[in-house]
Ligand binder design. Structure first.
Ligand SMILES: *Cc1c(COP(=O)(O)O)cnc(C)c1O
Length: 397
């Protein structure tokens, strides 16, 4: 099992192909999938040494599996992290981080614009265990400052946000969190390390729903937590005891996904930018939300901390729910689904799907209006994507 010793000189595209490599005595070029729940030991003495932690090595696939480890090593290298811990889903990555690093009485400050289920996890479930979460605006750092108490232990955010593409200044957020002995956790799902590396900007943890762009073809559910060793040891400890483990098959799919991640993210970003430009010129469109547009209020910040603008955009059509739904229903091949990060373009109406559980007041505050449509731009030809959207848009104007 070869490992490259010095990764510091290698670029992300090379790391994506050449780290976490697993080569057995069979000499297979592709990484093998180790579908085993347990491992055998040469002797009782070795078994004892493995279980006590004296000897490193595989014990049981709830917490040690070579295929999963290969994925972890590869993603850690790409995020510039000392270590990565893979999990069964993106939500499990967030839960494992919270359970490992927080305790009853601690407080979290969280961006209001996070994935809907993240909101539920903090507000409903972690609250039951005495962890209080305050939700604030992603872009207004003074709200974060004002929400800090002596019990604040964690800042949690996603940037750019879903679906309105708001951007937080990661370095400034890290500085504020650290000044108050809190950790900054960034859900890096939308950009992936191919476009944004939060740890380099001062974040303590970058975590993922691998289900999205890391897979890239909508096949598997998985997640990952990346950061420095001492924090990851805690996350790993929780995973080992609680068991939201990534399966070896899923790890293998994600390993393959990472190999093409950079190329795909560039292609998603290039098409999304062209689509955003085009949508801005359509008479039936009221407003387009995409960090790549110079009209976006945080365009320069996005430019500084991301190497491209990502594959997700949203726009408001003139009218309300009826008009938005008519544009969605007029498409011929865009997939009507809440998922994103797939090679296939997806289209969704946030107000009645991904953000449907929010109260009307919370929706209004988050800008999730009835005329808003989100598109996660896939890898189909951009002219075909435009034509598919144009079918409904031309009927509105
Ligand atoms: C999908 C998603 C999650 C949750 O990931 P699962 O793999 O579905 O559990 C978390 N954060 C963001 C930003 C997401 O898009």
């Amino acid at each position: 099992m070869d490992q490259l010793d010095d990764l510091s000189s290698l670029h992300l595209e090379t790391l994506a192909l050449r780290t976490g490599q697993l080569r057995t005595d069979e000499g297979a070029h592709g990484e093998p999938i180790f579908t085993t729940s347990s491992y055998v030991f040469k002797s009782a003495e070795q078994a004892a040494a493995r279980f006590s932690g004296q000897e490193p090595g595989n014990i049981y696939s709830r917490f040690t599996n070579p295929t999963v480890r290969a994925f972890e090593q590869r993603l850690a290298a790409m995020e510039g992290a000392e270590r990565c811990v893979a999990t069964s889903s993106g939500m499990a990555a967030i839960l494992a981080t919270a359970m490992a690093l927080l305790q009853s009485g601690d407080e979290v400050i969280c961006s209001r614009s996070v994935f809907g289920t993240t909101n539920v996890l903090f507000e409903k479930y972690l609250k039951k265990f005495g962890v209080k979460t305050t939700f604030v605006s992603l872009t207004d750092i003074t709200q974060w400052q004002a929400a800090i108490t002596t019990n604040t232990r964690m800042f949690f955010l996603e940037t750019p946000s879903n679906p309105l593409c708001e951007v937080a200044d990661i370095a400034k957020m890290a500085e504020l969190a650290h000044k108050h002995d809190a950790l900054l956790v960034v859900d890096n799902c939308f950009c992936t390390p191919a476009l944004q590396r939060p740890l380099e900007m001062g974040a303590d943890i970058a975590l993922h729903s691998a289900t999205k762009f890391l897979d890239g073809q909508g096949r598997c559910i998985g997640g990952a937590v990346c950061g420095r060793s001492e924090l990851m040891e805690e996350v790993f400890g929780f995973l080992r005891s609680a068991g939201p483990t990534m399966s070896p098959f899923n790890a293998w799919v994600f390993l393959k996904g990472l190999e093409t991640l950079s190329l795909r993210m560039q292609a998603h970003s290039a098409s999304a930018l062209r689509l955003a430009d085009w949508l801005e010129q359509q008479p039936a469109v009221e407003k387009v939300f995409y960090t790549g547009l110079p009209t976006h209020p945080q365009h320069l910040l996005a430019r500084a901390q991301q190497s491209a603008f990502g594959g997700v955009l949203s726009f408001r059509v003139k009218g309300g729910r009826k008009e938005a739904w008519s544009v969605i229903d007029a498409t011929r091949f865009l997939s009507i689904t809440g998922n994103l990060g797939d090679a296939k373009s997806t289209i969704t109406h946030p107000a009645t799907t991904t953000h449907g559980r929010l109260s009307d007041e919370a929706k209004a505050e988050a800008g999730i209006t009835e005329n808003l449509i989100r598109v996660a731009v896939g890898l189909e030809h951009i002219d075909d994507i435009k034509a598919d959207l144009n079918r409904g848009l031309t009927k509105l104007s």
